[in-house]
Ligand binder design. Structure first.
Ligand SMILES: [Zn+2]
Length: 112
């Protein structure tokens, strides 16, 4: 992972750095592929709605081309890279910063 301005700024201010402090604790596509290596190809994929298993729904699809902006330890926002700064109510500068600061992500979504 490259160290860009946003990252350097976070470190200099003693703030939690998204790329170096948060991403290492998250599931990446690489880790997911390793985890799925020995899983049979014909299993259906079900999304559990929370860590306690209070609900389940079949996986409907997935997409990329977005960044994940955490708002806390348990949630955040996904912003599509093809969107304009305006659509996220940001200045052009802030949007460019956000695209450098937050990790690119794969989003999996349930049927409902
Ligand atoms: Zn960093």
């Amino acid at each position: 992972m490259s160290t860009d301005y946003c990252c350097v700024y976070a470190h200099s201010k003693g703030e939690e750095c998204v790329k170096h402090d948060i991403v290492p604790r998250m599931m990446t596509v690489k880790r997911l592929k390793e985890r799925l290596q020995d899983v049979p190809d014909d299993l259906v994929v079900i999304v559990q709605q929370d860590s306690e298993g209070n609900g389940y729904s079949p996986l409907s699809g997935c997409y990329t081309g977005a960044i994940y902006k955490p708002t806390g330890d348990w949630g955040g926002d996904v912003l599509n890279l093809s969107d304009s700064a305006d659509s996220h109510c940001m200045t052009e500068k802030k949007w460019i910063h956000s695209k450098a600061k937050y990790p690119h992500c794969l989003v999996l979504y349930p049927t409902n």
